[in-house]
Ligand binder design. Structure first.
Ligand code: DI6
Ligand code: FE
Length: 407
């Protein structure tokens, strides 16, 4: 029998399926049957042994089993480093003033434009591997440090290649409106025009991007400019996402909702109207406490409003060289709890089901349910809350991606 069709039972785990939308974390002593990389049944081990008598068994040893974790917002593919910026920030300069003086995103653009696809892959893999070692099975990767067609395509190609080099699902996002390319200084309208007419159509035709993203901020693009880009993206069948209301209230959450965005990300300055718009549109709120921490922000996202409105909250690393140099989804969950007040259950949902939804992938991953990919993390912890409480504890026992254990 070909290996792909052999059945495997994951037995003897304490399983959090993440499927029931209940506030707590309920564990079940249930077993999981996998075939061809997919979950085919979740039931008691006795029943599964009767149904699949020839199945091999993987003994979870009484450990916690969760869906594989999902990091749904990263800029993990990039070149160069911005270590000098922490020195400047510690000396009192702000992120915005460093960016206006030619540092910030544009500094990474210079390094990234000079890098080959292979160099981008080689630079990203150690960060990707750090996430895999924390049970990540799905990773979103944005472009946005090329800002001209060839370099953006190289970034997206590097992201796609990482998905082939590692046992991992990679979702790619064309972040075409991240910053104004330095050669277009003073002409953001002209760049948006080119983005809509040339860049979005070309990237869509390459099939290297699964979604489109933009940065709506005083130092980046206005709401009106983002709206034009979103229209072009949707014309080319790219779902949209938005860096929204991170440093000021641009009414960007409402803008994202109006365009049916999969997610609105950051949201520190989003107001009640923005939250209501997200709720009505079914747009996921992606919280990025790493950027909040590294920028030493004070303004917290409206978590209580989001919770009351029933907006799904995802948690991600925002792994990037400037505002969130962090390749740890568990640390992002810890910060989401301690800085933003998420419960441990909200943190776990935030890095599983809600994150899958933010990528439009909830049909295929994010919970342990029949029909989905068998993407699992098996943990050496006594309680699920330990995953949120600790930093640097390396709690992962074993990761399975599409039914394949790492060892
Ligand atoms: N995500 C981003 O894209 C920007 N901030 C954020 O949280 C800028 C990242 C950078 O400075 O390179
Ligand atoms: Fe970001």
């Amino acid at each position: 029998m070909p290996a792909a069709s052999a059945t495997r039972l994951i037995a003897n785990g304490r399983v959090w399926t993440g499927a029931a939308p209940r506030p707590g974390i309920e564990l079940e002593s249930t077993a999981i049957a996998e075939q061809g990389g997919r979950i085919v049944a979740v039931a008691g081990i006795g029943e599964l042994r009767r149904r699949y008598p020839a199945a091999a068994e993987l003994d979870a040893g009484g450990r916690l089993v969760t869906p594989g974790l999902i990091d749904c917002h990263t800029h993990i593919v990039h070149a160069g480093n911005r270590a000098a910026e922490i020195e400047r920030r510690l000396a009192g300069e702000s992120y915005e003033s460093i960016a206006r003086a030619g540092g910030g995103i544009v500094a990474t653009v210079r390094a990234t434009r000079a890098a080959t696809v292979q160099q981008l892959i080689d630079g990203a893999l150690p960060r990707v591997d750090a996430l895999l070692a924390e049970g990540v099975t799905t990773l979103e990767v944005k472009s946005g440090y090329g800002l001209e067609l060839a370099s953006e395509l190289r970034m997206l190609q590097a992201a796609r290649d990482i998905g082939r080099l590692r046992a991992l699902t990679v979702a790619t996002t064309y972040l075409g409106a991240h910053a104004l390319p330095p050669e277009r200084s003073g002409d953001s309208e002209g760049y948006i025009e080119q983005l809509c007419r040339e860049l979005i159509p070309a990237v869509a035709a390459s099939h290297l991007a699964d979604a489109f993203d933009a940065y709506c901020e005083r130092m980046a693009f206005s709401a009106a400019q983002v709206a034009r880009a979103f229209e072009a993206a949707r014309t080319h069948e790219l779902p949209v996402k938005l860096h929204a209301d991170q440093l000021s209230n641009m009414h960007a959450a409402a803008l994202a909702a109006r365009h049916g965005a999969l997610s609105a990300d950051h949201l520190e300055y989003t107001d009640a109207e923005g939250v209501a718009a997200l709720a009505a549109a079914g747009t996921v709120a992606v919280l990025l406490p790493g950027a909040f921490h590294f920028l030493r922000e004070r303004q917290r996202p409206p978590v209580e409003l989001l919770r009351r409105a029933g907006v799904p909250m995802a948690v991600a690393t925002d792994c990037n060289p400037g505002t969130s140099p962090m390749a740890s989804i568990l640390t992002a969950m810890n910060f989401a709890a301690l800085e933003f007040g998420l419960s441990t259950a909200e943190c776990l949902r935030g890095a599983t089901a809600a994150a899958a939804r933010a990528l439009g992938l909830l049909e295929s991953t994010g919970t342990i349910e029949p029909g989905k990919w068998c993407d699992l993390a098996i943990w050496n912890v006594a309680e699920p809350a330990e995953l949120v409480q600790g930093i640097g504890m390396r709690p992962l026992h074993l990761r399975l991606w599409h039914g394949r254990p790492d060892r």
